[in-house]
Design a protein around this ligand. Structure first.
Ligand code: FA5
Length: 340
């Protein structure tokens, strides 16, 4: 009988390992690798068979040869696992690719709205007056008759108080509550609640029983201005209007005051703006705050004086954007409104 040598055993183990690695590399699928396992690593595999030949070695050679066999087996085991992992990931990738779903959906871009042209105009006016040092005040749209008329010197029989002009609200004693007909009651509230010097504008909605036409709406917007300080004169009013006109409309526009009458200002004036083409447009009313209004609101007329003005924001928007008919601003036709 030919006796085995450790060297022959180790050499054979090396050759079987190389063969097993080649088989694993050549396997093209997880199933193929798994199927090769018994043949490469099972009890009946040629490598395992080498173990049985250890007994034929001289006892002193057995440990080293045994170690070499174990290393060969664990090397094949390692390559087996690695190859299995590689093929599993490759198969998973292929599967994912094959099952891939395109979940993207095409949407129209969202429709972005815009501020109504009246709101844009109001904000621009606020910006211009804030730049001139004014602050913005607000007052209620449902007002007392006293704030809207009484405190502002409207005598009891004044036509503006008539129910054909003013929308009264069914609240409290008859005739005591109304939808404000102008922003001037905010003057009263500001003077009652703040101490001079005052530089304030108050924009907001107003209501009158006016029939809707190209230049009138029953609901419209005004912006009120109020300045109370020491030694304020009509010259300051004219200067403020002129500064505003150039700041808002730009160079080439100018303004003028025309004598007029309002019960709460003395003297009173309408103010007009001249366009670069030379034509004039009436914008609103103004005047020096009447001493009795100052007194009613708790401001000492001996020490303080001031001016006020108020004009229509809707009419200003018409002018600026070339709108011919105020009613177009209210019908809410998006095709019309999105031009601004
Ligand atoms: C007033 O309302 C006074 N409160 C203005 C004022 C304030 C005078 C401070 C003195 C001191 P009048 O009724 O004229 O004034 O209105 C002022 C502006 O509001 C008008 O010039 C116009 O631009 C606008 N307006 C008035 N009624 C309507 C309406 N029905 N529709 C649209 N705009 C209007």
């Amino acid at each position: 009988m030919t006796s085995d040598t450790p060297a022959a055993l180790v050499a054979e183990a090396g050759a079987l390992t190389a063969e097993a690695v080649a088989t694993l590399e050549a396997a093209g699928s997880v199933a193929e690798v798994a199927a090769a396992r018994p043949e490469l690593l099972g009890k009946g595999s040629p490598l395992a068979g080498l173990r049985r030949r250890l007994g034929a070695l001289a006892p002193k050679d057995r440990p080293a040869a045994g170690r070499a066999l174990s290393e060969a087996l664990s090397e094949v085991e390692k390559r087996y696992e690695t190859r299995l992992d590689e093929l599993r990931s490759a198969e998973r990738r292929l599967q994912l690719e094959a099952e891939r779903l395109d979940l993207t959906e095409l949407h129209e871009p969202p429709q972005v709205g815009r501020l109504h042209v009246i709101t844009q105009t109001q904000r621009r006016l606020e910006d211009v007056f804030c730049a001139m040092g004014y602050t913005v005040a607000e007052g209620p749209e449902i007002e007392t008759e006293w704030h809207n008329f009484g405190a502002l010197n409207f005598p009891p029989g004044h036509p503006a108080r008539d129910m054909y002009d003013t929308l009264y609200v069914d609240h409290g004693p008859p005739g005591s509550t109304l939808l404000r007909t102008h922003t001037s009651p905010v003057q009263v509230r500001v003077m009652q609640n703040q101490s001079p010097p005052l530089y304030v504008v108050a924009p907001g909605r107003c209501y009158r029983q006016d029939t809707a036409d190209a230049t009138h709406m029953p609901v419209f917007h005004q912006i009120e201005g109020l300045v109370i300080d020491e030694d304020i004169t009509l010259g300051d009013l004219a200067g403020a209007i002129e500064t505003f006109t150039t700041a808002y409309f730009g160079p080439g526009f100018t303004s003028r005051l025309r004598p007029s009458y309002f019960p709460f200002t003395e003297p009173s004036a309408e103010f007009d703006v001249q366009r670069p083409d030379g034509t004039w447009l009436e914008l609103g009313g103004s005047g020096m705050v009447h001493p009795s209004v100052l007194e009613v609101c708790g401001v000492d007329p001996e020490r303080w004086s001031g001016f006020a003005f108020g004009f229509g924001i809707d009419r200003l928007a018409m002018l600026r954007y070339g709108v011919d008919d105020l009613r177009d601003l209210w019908t809410n036709d998006v095709r019309f409104l999105e031009q601004f």
